[in-house]
Every structure is written in C-alpha cells, then in structure tokens.
Design a binder for this molecule. Structure first.
Ligand code: C2E
Ligand code: CA
Ligand code: CA
Length: 428
C-alpha cells in the first residue's frame, strides 16, 4: 500500500532509526517523474493520474511487504527498504527503470522518465526529517544531470545540509553547548609592536563535522534566523571580554565586531547594543562595529538611519571589505562611518601591479578627505607591510602579525606587542 505525505515518511524513518540495529542496511530512495506538466497539457489530467497510479503500483510491488512507499505529491515518491546485497545506487537505478517505462494509454503511449536521490539510513546523520532533506537534495542534483540519473547523498555535498540541521538543533535543543567561541585578531601599525585593537571572529567547532569557517555557517545563521540569538551572544561575550581586558591590563583596548546585515536590520538591534553595553559595563567608545560595503549599499536609506542611531550611542563604525564591492563615493560621504577596512584582494601582492597600488593610494586619499581611519586586511608578506608603511596612520591586520587567537593569547599580546620582520620601505 502507498502511504501519503511527508509526515508518515518521517515517522517511519524515525522508527527505523531508533530501532537502531540493522538500520544501516536500510535506504531511503526519493523518486520524481519528469514531464508530467507537459503530459497534462497535451493529454489532460487523467493521463497524468494514469502514470502516477502505474508508478505507485510498480513501487509497491517492488518493495516487499514490510517496506514502505509514500506518495509525496507532485510526481514524487519515497521508498524505504532494506537493500540486501544491492549497492544503494543500483537499487535506486532499478526503481527508476521500472517506473520510467513507456505505458499504453488508450491509443497513445505515455513516457515520463524519472530520477532518484538515495540516502542510507544512519542515526549519526540526524533524524528522519534530515534524511528526507538530504535525499531531496540528492534528487535535485540528479534532476539537474538529466532524465534517468540517480544521485547518492554524499558527505561533501551535503555537509551544508548537515551544518544547517546542526546549527538549528544547536540552539533549539541544547543552548550554545559550548561549540561556538570567539577568537580575536590583532590590528597594529605596519611594523608591528604595540597592539590596542582586535577584531572578533566567530568560531564553530562541531562534534559532527569539525571546525567550520564562518564564511560557511554565518549565511546559515542568517537564513535560519539564528543570527538573532547568536548575534546577541556574540555582542555580550565580546563586550564582556573587552571590559575584562580593560580592567586586567589597564590599557585603552578597543574591540571590533562583525555585524551581519540581517542582524543589523532587526528592529531592536540598536536597543540590544545599548542594553548589552550597560549589562557588561562596557563603554560604547571601546567598541567598533564592522559592516560590509555590500550590505550598506543594498538598503542604503535604512542602513544610514541605523548607523546614525549607533553612532549616537558612541560606538565607532567601520566599512568592511572596502574595495571588494562597488560603493558609491557619494553615498559613503553621507554615512556616519569612522573607518575603512581595505579588502584583502587589494592588499595581497602589493606593491607589484601598479594599478592595484594606485587603487590603494586612491583609497587612502579618499579616507583622508573624509577623515576616516584606514586598515589594510590580510597582510601576509613583509613587502606588503613595508609598502603600506609609507602611509601615515595606516593600520594592518593579517597573518604576518598574528592569526585569530583565543582570548588568553591575545591578552599576552596586549602586554608584549607583536613582532613582524618588516624591511625598511623602498623609495618610490
Ligand atoms: P572578515 O570580517 O573580512 O574577517 C577577516 C577574515 O580574514 C577572517 O576569516 C580572518 O581569519 C581572515 N584573515 C586574517 N588575516 C588573514 C591573512 O593574512 N590572510 C588570509 N588569507 N586571511 C586572513 P574568518 O575568520 O574565516 O571569517 C570570515 C568572515 O566571516 C569574516 O570576514 C566575516 O565576514 C564573517 N564573520 C566572522 N565572524 C563573524 C561574526 O562574529 N559575525 C558575523 N556576522 N560575521 C562574522
Ligand atoms: Ca571584518
Ligand atoms: Ca574584511
């Protein structure tokens, strides 16, 4: 018999997964028939129903009694079955062949080729819902290759799906579970030495998929809405750390934080910053908020208002990744920003490539005209640092000085400074 709906499927998968033993030998196959819309247009709805009934019958016959077939609608079916000695993709291929046959319909022959996505049941992967999502992802891949293709869920391709599920359950089920942490990277003059400023960088160490870079999981936080609570946690933790460093070292330390445009757009963002500063005994003037160039331009009028409210609180504001996008200079001049962070793509390889060197010179001149501080990001080579050293007030950030580090190591660098072997600048 064919069950209907995703819920019945998820319940069946959850039961198989919690039964544990032997579950590894079970597979979930999701199949979808193509061309149904075209057939419907040409031959009418009854022809489509004829094909669907045929496919459902074939799949029910194929799957033995204790197995499970669900009709998910829109020409999509799911089968949960033991795979015996078959390779999972061979099994799926047979199912595809079986439902893709030409069948008679009155005088006509109907043909709707299929695709399949396959996921082996594994309790380590997550619950039934995750299995369905991943099999659907594999099905999409198979469909993009053409009729008849079968795609197996693979670790690499679906790390993103796991990450998303992990991220969601991370907060929903067990709070922060200690998997998220903050590191800080020093910002200093081109020759190294004294450190009075750091940038906060979020880290996620997942027991399931290991260390994941923020480039990959911050977008997931944004999509899932978790950037709200996680963003608030980042503010609190970084503000608390700033106060602690100030008290421990007595030094005028400043700390920068990256703010997601999604976080920035939440209605109570400014109020949250104000409240969190008060709760952590952190002075607004110790904090800088970084927001990317792209985010500012996308929603300029609203962002401008937000930035004005934040500037009124007393925090300073930086434009991140400057030079990677297309800021309008006219717009830039109308924003209450204090600092430009030049994107790594402008810095790496300096001073070779006279054009790029010219762009950096122009950015510095622009910053001077607008009375903005400038930091060069991603400084890795002594030659880059030496060339940047020609500009008065230039600040640098990059592996040449220090990688992002846990708080205890950063505290030591506040006290000792950083060393960098930078040669004297070439005359030019
Ligand atoms: P970003 O704000 O431009 O941060 C600088 C990135 O460059 C960091 O990558 C840092 O580890 C890396 N980096 C530093 N020095 C060098 C260098 O010399 N060479 C190279 N190749 N890379 C260097 P990370 O930590 O992977 O962060 C990537 C991005 O994720 C950040 O780019 C930022 O956009 C975002 N991000 C990080 N933490 C947060 C956060 O707390 N909140 C939000 N919303 N976004 C964050
Ligand atoms: Ca940044
Ligand atoms: Ca940046």
């Amino acid at each position: 018999m064919t069950h209907s709906g995703r819920e019945a499927l998820v319940a069946r998968l959850d039961a198989a997964l919690s039964a544990g033993q032997g579950a590894q030998a079970d597979v979930l196959v999701v199949l979808r028939l193509r061309k149904l819309a075209a057939i419907g247009e040409l031959m009418g709805e009854p022809a489509v129903n004829h094909i669907l009934a045929y496919a459902a019958e074939q799949l029910s016959d194929f799957a033995e009694r204790e197995n499970f077939v669900a009709n998910l609608g829109a020409g999509t079916f799911a089968v949960v079955c033991g795979r015996g000695s078959d390779e999972p993709d061979d099994l799926a291929q047979r199912m595809v062949a079986m439902i893709s046959r030409r069948i008679a319909y009155g005088e006509a022959m109907l043909y709707a080729p299929a695709n399949a996505g396959v996921c082996c049941l594994d309790p380590g992967l997550g619950d039934g819902r995750v299995h369905v999502e991943r099999a659907m992802g594999a099905l999409q891949q198979a469909m993009s290759k053409g009729p008849g293709f079968v795609e197996l869920v693979s670790e690499a391709r679906d790390a993103r799906a796991v990450a998303e599920w992990e991220m969601r359950s991370l907060l929903e089920e067990a709070g922060l579970r200690g998997e998220l942490s903050l590191e800080y990277q020093t910002i200093q003059g081109p020759w190294g030495g004294e450190v009075r400023k750091v940038e906060t960088l979020l880290r996620w160490n997942s027991p399931v998929i290991g260390r994941v870079g923020p480039d990959r999981f911050v977008p997931l936080l944004e999509e899932s809405g978790l950037i709200g609570p996680v963003g608030e946690w980042i503010l609190r933790e970084a503000f608390r750390q700033t106060s602690e460093w100030r008290i421990q070292t007595g030094l005028p330390i400043r700390v920068a934080l990256n703010i997601s445009p999604v976080q920035m757009a939440t209605a109570d963002f400014v109020a949250t910053v104000r409240r969190t500063l008060a709760e952590t005994a952190c002075d607004a003037s110790w904090i800088e908020l970084e927001i990317t160039e792209g985010a500012l331009i996308r929603d300029f009028p609203r962002m401008r208002k937000r930035l004005e409210a934040l500037a009124t609180l007393g925090v300073t504001l930086a434009i991140d990744d400057f030079g990677a996008g297309h800021s309008s200079l006219g717009q830039l001049a109308r924003l209450p920003v204090h600092h430009l962070k030049m994107d790594r793509s402008l810095i790496s390889g300096l001073p070779d490539g006279t054009k790029r060197a010219g762009v950096v010179k122009a950015v510095v001149a622009l910053a001077e005209a607008l009375e903005l501080a400038v930091t060069a990001e991603g400084v890795e080579r002594p030659e880059e640092a030496a060339w940047l050293g020609r500009f008065i007030g230039m600040q640098c950030q990059g592996y040449l000085y220090a990688p992002p580090l846990p708080p205890a190591q950063v505290r030591r660098l506040f006290l000792t400074g950083v060393e960098a072997q930078v040669p004297a600048p070439r005359a030019n």
